[in-house]
Design a protein around this ligand. Structure first.
Ligand code: SF4
Length: 426
């Protein structure tokens, strides 16, 4: 059996210890002589198999010189990789598991059909912003410094991996304050909370550590100021988002929420001469401009914030994405589905003409997206950890040689100081 540079499948030795329904996804292929080939795209294959209902385990898979690939329940392929090396792809179903065997064949065939050389263009800036880094550090310091449990109201930032990691390190995530025992420590998330939540925490004697991003705090201050001068405050944002709930709570009787230009048409205000607007920090810049234009057309005297509420990180990530999307066959955005700025990035990619997909991590990538996609634009929302982007690049390099370039449109140097409650003494 020769597998050097092969793209077809060869039989592998079923490890024989798999439970029915479980599928082994190879981390490495071990050749009959004992030499191993790394399987860099294992997470892609595992994601496909999990979507088909299989429970996946990871481990080495041994190529079998004598077995027939047409019959085998364990299959593998070896592909050329960057720099003249090799990369592998393989999986095995348990003995007698016909459904698992069918799934292995289909998944392997799907990924092999899109194997080949690619170019990955990274957008820069991407991934964590200063507000997210600060919020995560606050929870980390609180865990280090507090003897008792550290509760976090809502997801500290909208990313499943960040939340799972902090949970594994001891943080207790809750939806509302009534889940926090009296007198305990609670961290408020980066998205901010309404004054009513602060008041409730004080009444309950909770130790509050506020991880609200300073740029969200700025919008809250504007809401109070605009409302205090007697204006109707029009908040442009998405209904139900935690940041919007918090900002609306600053002046609930004077604030109205709009999402689209059509919403502006239906607005009823007390005095058209006394209208101000604010925005959620993580909106699409171009779509928000359309809503502001509609407000100006309807209320020529409308006043806005001194500087944009859409934050520097959101703006920079959208500009960086636009710079790469037009030339890309496919854009992948790493981020969670409830992350507003990540969702906006995927939408922006599609408006720029490239198929754009949001994935929580590498396991969410589907083989059909890669068909014909030789140039892939890659970015991540402000709440998505940078290592997840690295994992996507590594996995793509398991399908063939990959060249990686970065297109930088801005350099970010902003850092926010930690609140006194957790600031380490220097
Ligand atoms: S996206 Fe903007 S507003 Fe949100 S945490 Fe980051 S810097 Fe702050």
């Amino acid at each position: 059996m020769s597998v050097t540079g092969a793209r077809g499948t060869v039989a592998a030795r079923n490890p024989g210890r798999l439970e029915s329904g479980a599928v082994l996804v190879a981390d490495e292929l071990v050749r009959p002589g004992g030499a191993a080939v790394e399987c860099r795209a294992a997470a892609l294959l595992a994601g496909t198999l999990r979507r088909q209902g299989a429970a996946t385990v990871r481990g080495p898979l041994h190529l079998d010189a004598d077995a027939d690939a047409g019959e085998a329940g364990a299959l593998a392929a070896v592909l050329p990789a960057s720099g003249g090396g090799l990369t592998g792809l393989g999986a095995a179903a348990a003995d007698g598991d016909r459904a698992g065997r069918t799934a292995v064949r289909a998944a392997l065939a799907a990924w092999l059909s899109v194997a080949g050389p690619r170019e990955v263009v990274l957008a820069a800036p991407r991934s964590f912003c200063a507000g997210v880094e600060r919020a995560i550090e606050i929870v980390e310091y609180a865990l280090e410094q507090r003897a008792g449990p550290v509760h976090v109201r809502k997801q500290i930032v909208h990313n499943t991996h960040v939340v799972a990691d902090l949970e594994a390190r001891g943080a207790v995530f809750v939806d509302e304050l009534d889940e926090v025992p009296d007198g305990a420590t609670v961290v408020f998330s980066a998205h901010g909370v309404s004054p009513a939540v602060h008041a409730e925490a004080e009444r309950r004697g909770l130790e509050v550590i506020d991880a609200t991003c300073p740029l969200v705090t700025k919008v809250h201050a504007e809401a109070r100021r605009f409302a205090a001068r007697g204006d109707t405050v029009v908040l442009i944002g998405h209904a139900g988002h935690e940041e919007v709930e918090g900002t609306l709570g600053e002046a609930p009787d004077r604030t109205v929420l709009v999402e689209t230009p059509a919403d502006v048409e239906g607005l009823r205000v007390g005095d058209p001469e006394r209208v101000s607007y604010l925005t959620q920090t993580t909106l699409a810049v171009d779509e928000t401009a359309e809503v502001v234009d509609a407000l100006r057309a309807r209320f020529p005297a409308v006043r806005g914030p001194a500087s944009d509420d859409i934050c520097y990180a959101t703006t920079n990530r959208q500009d960086a994405l636009k710079a790469i999307a037009e030339e890309a066959d496919l854009v992948l955005v790493v981020g969670s589905a409830n992350s507003s700025n990540s969702v906006r990035l995927a939408e922006l990619a599609r408006r720029s003409g490239a198929p754009g997909h949001l994935v929580d991590d590498v396991g969410g990538i589907r083989p059909e997206w890669l068909a014909g996609a030789r140039r892939i634009g890659l970015t991540a929302g402000a709440s998505a950890p940078p290592h997840l982007v690295g994992a996507v690049v590594a996995a793509l390099s398991g399908l063939g040689p990959v060249t990686v370039t970065e297109h930088e449109t801005a350099r970010e140097t902003i850092r926010f100081t930690l609140p006194p409650a957790v600031r380490p003494s220097s």
